[in-house]
Design a protein around this ligand. Structure first.
Ligand code: URA
Length: 340
């Protein structure tokens, strides 16, 4: 029974990551949904004290409203039907700030309200630091060494994995900001080198520039630990807060003309955590972070799951805005990518 719960929680983690990347709906085969319902019912029967919340009224929250209904057409009704089960899962293991009080108390104050999985050490407040004097390269080298040697980053690594610091051109106009390293990144010690990274590379080359001409960093410097057999966990606020000064340090050094935040976690890290923030509402418009123009768009991993041209177009429109802002030439061909 424990294994089943762990696997369901792994699914929840992955769904939360999807949500944070910008996913607003999930399609499940009816058979899958039946299997999930059966497992939830089994869990409820076996451990009523820890039961998942009963399905309440059908979910109508914006998190699962259709943003690209034209692309999914006939799937929409089934997606909506699934929404209450998925929402139920997400609420069950959401962070204490959004989860019902009763459950928080049961999970224990031992986690000090940080919402970390069992066995993960609490995250302290960030330690203040000052960038040294010097040129960009010297300051960047100092910060990189400082972050790679940070004992908190180190103690949250899996065995033989690496802390991940940003890479790229220290004079870059465009600074891409992702959320957290995944499996490939923690192995190679570089951001965006897995599948999402390959897609980001394609986006960058469609802009007519190379990855090396941009700067790529993450809100988090280590892969958030979890006890699940697969998948990733979205970082909690305390983890983001701990790493944020390191991202700010990189922004201070690079001084880009534009920040492109990839996904909601990046947006929440930069703008302050807001559980109500929705990708459909915040993308495609200019915001600001510390005086630097900021555009938020879907995370590349969202595009790996949603291959519709309409989804690619939304991201591309955000990228076009960024290109225009930094004065990159935009051809007619580029202007029309993913239209129709
Ligand atoms: N996703 C991210 O947000 N960052 C990475 O480095 C890799 C995947």
């Amino acid at each position: 029974m424990h294994a089943m719960r762990v696997e369901l929680e792994a699914v929840v983690n992955e769904l939360k990551r999807w949500r944070d990347a910008g996913e607003d709906a999930v399609y499940l085969e009816p058979g899958t949904l039946d299997a999930v319902r059966a497992k939830v019912a089994e869990l409820r029967a076996a451990a009523p004290d820890e039961a998942l919340p009963e399905n309440q009224a059908r979910d109508t929250s914006p998190a699962f409203e259709a943003a690209s209904s034209e692309s999914r057409g006939s799937l929409r009704p089934r997606i909506k039907q699934n929404a209450d089960v998925i929402k139920d899962f997400l609420q069950q293991s959401d962070s204490p700030s959004t989860a019902p009080k009763k459950k928080v108390a049961k999970k224990g104050a031992a986690k000090a309200g940080q919402g970390l999985p069992p066995g993960v050490k609490e995250i302290p407040s960030p330690t203040p630091f000052e960038l040294p004097e010097g040129d960009k390269q010297a300051r960047w080298n100092w910060l990189r060494d400082h972050v790679l040697g940070d004992p908190v980053c180190q103690e949250h690594l899996r065995p033989s994995k690496q802390v991940v610091f940003g890479v790229g051109n220290l004079d870059a106009d465009i600074f891409f900001c992702g959320e957290a390293p995944g499996e490939d990144e923690e192995m190679q010690g570089e951001p965006f080198v897995g599948k999402a990274g390959q897609l980001l590379n394609k986006i960058i080359s469609a802009m007519g520039v190379s990855r090396e001409q941009t700067y790529i960093g993450n809100i988090m410097n280590w892969r958030p630990e979890h006890d699940k057999p697969f998948g990733n966990r979205a970082p909690v606020e305390a983890e983001i807060n701990y790493c944020l000064p390191y991202l700010i340090g990189q922004l201070e050094i690079v001084q880009p003309k534009v920040i492109v935040a990839l996904g909601l976690t990046a947006a929440n890290g930069l703008l302050g955590f807001d559980p109500e923030r929705r990708m459909g509402k915040v993308r495609g418009q200019w915001l600001e972070f510390s005086g630097v123009p900021l555009i938020i768009t879907y995370h590349p991993s969202y595009l790996l799951r949603n291959q519709a041209n309409s989804a690619k177009r939304l991201v591309w429109e955000d990228i076009l805005l960024a290109m225009a802002k930094v004065g990159l030439p935009i051809s007619e061909k580029q202007q029309g990518y993913f239209k129709g």
